[in-house]
Design a binder for this molecule. Structure first.
Ligand code: GAP
Length: 457
């Protein structure tokens, strides 16, 4: 069962708690995100992305993919299977203590807690606690009809392992030279002990990872390079600079595979938290996979005629955490209303100032009034005209002011209104979400004009 929201956010300040409640409520009400299996009371801190959520998440992934493959000189993509040989997870170190949380169990209610999060009594029933034990985060499953040790494998806990096992395939099929990168987006699973803060920490999530293979001596240079590039990505998509920072991991915080690591952190309402990790993984992965698989995963340098294990600089972002970051950072409330209509003056209007590449709906098409059949017909024709080019929504319910507000609340970039003049001269108004300025445009020019405004091809 999902913890009630008031329990999840007990420790936050009131304002921040309110903000999170508003974001969660908006996400649910407007079809962005809802708990998985909600009709059964939710399940295991997993979430579903609704009609607007899936559009926005796809936009985030598409933007990342474009940035990390198409716009780069030397990075190609991959889509590896989620289920892999269990040997992969032995080689990677995920089945050993490196990928485990220290847990204590309450002797009376048998609930488990992370050692770093509690004092010396059970926070639920004040019962006595056991000594700490390591609890592995890998999600176990079985492949084939027999559920025994031999058929046991794991849902991947990070997407990058599929990149390492494909290193030689990609190198040979694409005839690449070092330095180069391999990018991948996909689901990852962790049996998190303390999931929470909405979609911040879940048990099923999506990662957007890029592994950069380079000469060992060049690893520090590329570590710095990718740190800057990745920070720029968030800023270019509208995240406020003051809400981002870089935190260096101390020696004791380093993941088991990393020589050095930083987190890109965002100032969430529940504190500064990691949204992306940049890691210098050295030759940990390729050398271990060589050892465990018996395959030679060294790179042959044509120039020096020497073989070596390339070092890996990894950029590892979460699609879900980015989603939450974009949602929170773009959320604005305008007291007294931005539309200045009489009804709006009494309300607080919500504006989701999402970047135009991320907004789930680009264009809303609205007939000025519903009960004028010719207007609705014309607006539907415009909707059909634009649908193949942009993510559009047709809306005829409620007053025009209310409909603008509904679109602002989900970050729609442009609102097109068919009014009585449309029926005379085939023009309509385009309202810009941010400036709220309206201009008249000929319907025949719409596709071109909107493409220019959205800066898409
Ligand atoms: N391959 C390296 C790696 O997986 P990580 O720091 O464990 O590194 C990278 O994870 C990113 O994946 C995090 O910064 C976060 O965005 C996302 N992530 C990790 N665990 C998550 C969880 N339980 N829920 C949501 N996102 C998660």
């Amino acid at each position: 069962m999902i913890k009630p929201l008031h329990r999840q956010w007990e420790s936050f300040s009131k304002v921040m708690k309110d903000l999170m409640q508003k974001i969660v409520s908006l996400a649910k009400r407007r079809g962005f995100i809802s708990p998985s299996s909600e009709i059964y009371g939710g399940f295991g801190s997993c979430y579903d992305f609704g009609p607007l959520g899936v559009e926005m998440k796809n936009n985030i992934k598409r933007t990342w993919w474009k940035e990390m493959t198409r716009l780069q000189e030397n990075i190609i993509g991959l889509d590896a299977a989620i289920l892999m040989s269990p040997k992969v997870w032995q080689a990677s170190g995920h089945l050993t203590a490196g990928f485990a949380d220290e847990l204590v169990e309450c002797k009376s209610c048998h609930k488990r807690f992370r050692l770093d999060e509690i004092k010396n009594k059970c926070p639920e029933c004040k019962g006595e606690l056991t000594k700490p034990r390591k609890f592995n985060l890998m999600m176990k499953t079985f492949v084939g009809p027999v559920e025994d040790e031999a058929s046991t494998t794991y849902l991947r806990a990070e997407t990058c392992q599929g990149i390492y096992t494909n290193f030689a395939n990609v190198l040979n099929s694409m005839r690449l030279k070092i330095p180069f990168g391999i990018a991948q987006i996909g689901k990852a699973f962790r049996n998190e002990i303390t999931p929470g803060n909405f979609i911040y920490r879940t048990r099923e999530f999506e990662q957007m990872e890029m592994q950069w293979f380079c000469q060992p001596k060049e690893a520090p240079k590329y570590f710095e390079f990718w740190k800057k590039e990745r920070m720029k990505w968030y800023v270019n998509l509208g995240i406020k600079k003051e809400n981002l920072r870089i935190r260096e991991a101390s020696k004791s915080e380093l993941p088991h595979y990393a020589r050095s690591a930083i987190d890109i952190e965002y100032k969430f309402p529940f504190g500064w938290k990691e949204i992306e990790g940049i890691h210098n993984r050295g030759d940990w992965d390729l050398s271990n996979h060589s050892k465990y698989s018996g395959q030679d995963l060294k790179y042959f340098d044509e120039g020096t005629k020497k073989k070596y294990f390339p070092y890996i600089i990894e950029t590892s972002a979460g699609a879900d955490r980015s989603f939450l970051t974009f949602l929170i950072d773009s959320y604005q409330e305008v007291k007294g209303g931005r539309t200045k209509t009489t009804e709006a003056k009494k309300e607080t209007e919500v504006l989701l100032k999402l970047d135009k590449d991320l907004a789930p709906i680009k264009v809303a098409i609205l007939p000025l009034v519903k009960n004028k059949a010719q207007l609705a017909k014309k607006a539907k024709e415009v909707y059909q005209l634009l649908k193949p080019h942009f993510t559009c929504q047709y809306d005829e319910l409620g007053s025009i002011g209310r409909r603008y507000r509904r679109q602002d609340e989900v970050g729609t970039i442009l609102c097109l209104t068919c009014d009585f003049q449309t029926l005379e001269d085939d023009t309509l108004t385009i309202r810009n979400r941010d400036t709220m300025r309206q201009e008249r445009v000929k319907i025949k020019d719409l596709v071109k004009v909107i493409k220019e405004k959205l800066n898409t091809q």
